[in-house]
Each structure stands twice: as structure tokens, then as C-alpha cells.
Ligand binder design. Sequence first.
Ligand code: CA
Length: 235
Amino acid sequence: MKKRIIVIEDEPSILDNILYSLESDGFEVCACTTGGEGLEQFRKNGADLIVLDVGLPDTSGFELCPLLRQDSDVPVIFLTARAEEVDRIVGLEMGADDYMVKPFSPRELSARVRAVLRRYRPACEEDLEAPSSTQEKRGIPFQIDDERVQVTYFDELLSLSSTEFRLLRILCKHPGRVYSRAQLMEIAWSEPEAAMERTVDAHIKSLRGKMRVVNDTHDAIETHRGMGYSLREKW
Ligand code: CA
């Protein structure tokens, strides 16, 4: 099935180039020239990925991104005309999956779209293609068994609560990627508003304790002060 991309960009020439490139790469593309239109399209029909211009006539990409991600973790690639906006874009505030500074080549954007979609492949698709050894391939000492809701760490089974399992599973998905407490809450809890940030800290602490029992020379989860946590990338 074709992957559906929503492109929200108000400059017609840029929009045309993007459309041409993505469509010739086999994507179904929905073009929107305002933030409002983009949000409506996303809420109505969804998308596998969103290409989002920062400077829009009715809103900004910065304001729109949290709305798009309210009930989804749809990947977003930002477009910006200003290199100085990049920090904000990739920072935790927006947590963009990627960005491109204008002027850029539409071919390059297409390549980035494919790369981000590969990273975001749902777990079930990954499992079909790479049974059981997905985590090993990335060079991290975790084996995640979604069906049994079990994780082994250096070949030893960790006894985890369901929340700890979900947290660890998220971190293992992208070693090195930093997740804010809010993002972790949103992903790991069904009712994020009911949970407090310090709950995440408590669960992370418990996770660390359980992993330390298995191996106390590695700290598998790194703390990023004021930001959140990531799974250690280099082992
Ligand atoms: Ca613009």
C-alpha cells in the first residue's frame, strides 16, 4: 500500500517540486498550503509522515506540530528558510524527525522521507521481516519479546512491570535518541494526563536497578539533565 504524505507548504514552486519528487517515488501525496488545511487533512484521513514548513500564512510549523502530534506520533520533517531555526526544530520542543533548510533538493527530501519512514515502521512489520533479532542487529544487548512482554538484558530475563516494559521498549527503538519525560509519558501511559513526570523518574530508577543486578558495569539508560532519557547508544 502506498504511504501517504501530507505536505504543508505555502510556496507554490517549492510545493510543486516536492509533489513531483514524492509522487515519482511512489508516495501518495496530499498538498496543503495552510496549516489549517493540513491539520484538517491529517485529522480526517491521517498520514504516514508530514512535511511541514515552519513559515505558514495562518500559523507556524512550531504551533502546528504539537497539534498534529496530540493523538499520534506521526513523523514530521520540517522545512525552514532560516538556518537559525534548526536548534528549535530538532530540540525537544519540536522533536522533529528531520529537517531541511531551503533551498534544498526535492530528491534529497524524498530520500529523507524514505529514511524516516524506515525508522518508523511499526513493530509488527519489523517482526515479519526480521524475526526476533531486530534488537541484536542494532548492537544493543536487549532482546524484546512483544508477545510475551519480556525483555532479556545480556541474555538474562528482566522481571518488569508493564510500564517498565513499555518504557524500555520505547528507548530500545532508537538508541541514542533523547525522549522527554512528556514524550515518554505520552507513549507509555494510556492516560498521560493522569501521570506525573516524577512517575517516569521512579520507573526509570527501578529499571536501572533491575539492569544493574544483571550487569553493574554498564548504565544502560542515560539521563539528559532537564530533558529526559535515552538508551545508551555505544556499548
Ligand atoms: Ca513558507
